[in-house]
Design a protein around this ligand. Sequence first.
Ligand code: SAH
Length: 216
Amino acid sequence: MITVGHPPEQMMFQLSLRRRGISDQSVLRAMEAVPRDLFVATSDRAHAWRDTALAIACGQTISQPFVVAYMTEQLQLKPGHRVLEIGTGSGYQAAILSKLCREVLSIERYRTLADSARVLLERLELLNVEVMLGDGFEVSANVGSFDRIIVTAAMEEVPDALLERLEPEGVLIAPVGPHSGVQTLIRFRKTDDGFERKPLVDVRFVPALKGIAREM
Ligand code: SAH
């Protein structure tokens, strides 16, 4: 087998995404182009290409690659889109988004995570991503509006303040449900007379918590 530039574990990574049903070529290419091993803890580098969530700083997690690919595919991104992410974490999902749209704003409540994600994204020359310290429950209208919004922490309910940031026909995807246990990914689409709401699949995310974290 010829594996120039693609170690076997990276080829398996692509294969497992396809096998699990990811078929959007642009999403698969983005997943191929972003080095996940740089977004995980140094001690986890060897596991970076496995299809599992891994622990990162501040007691948070980098999501499972399949879930990242699935949510990205469901967003149906266009190159001109402006995208908001709530829950930067490692910055991995933001990096994937940055390959598929015009501009990403990613908000994180831990300063440590926001700072390290910002540094890494800059190092990878993903210059269309801005990382901001903030609270996804209190997103100010000053940030403008977005074609797509992705929430990567579990919310018991999606706040109106967030839905209000959507452009007409805009899409928001969020894990909605109890903090402990299983949530359902819900896809909201803004229509002329409100929001269309479609449940997708069951997932498990770390909870979205209110306020900027007091600890680092
Ligand atoms: N998308 C991340 C994984 C996110 S884990 C990645 O690709 O690595 C969920 C993240 O959401 C955590 O970093 C957590 O601190 C953050 N978070 C939780 N509640 C939040 C809130 N209210 N506002 C912003 N970020 C929040």
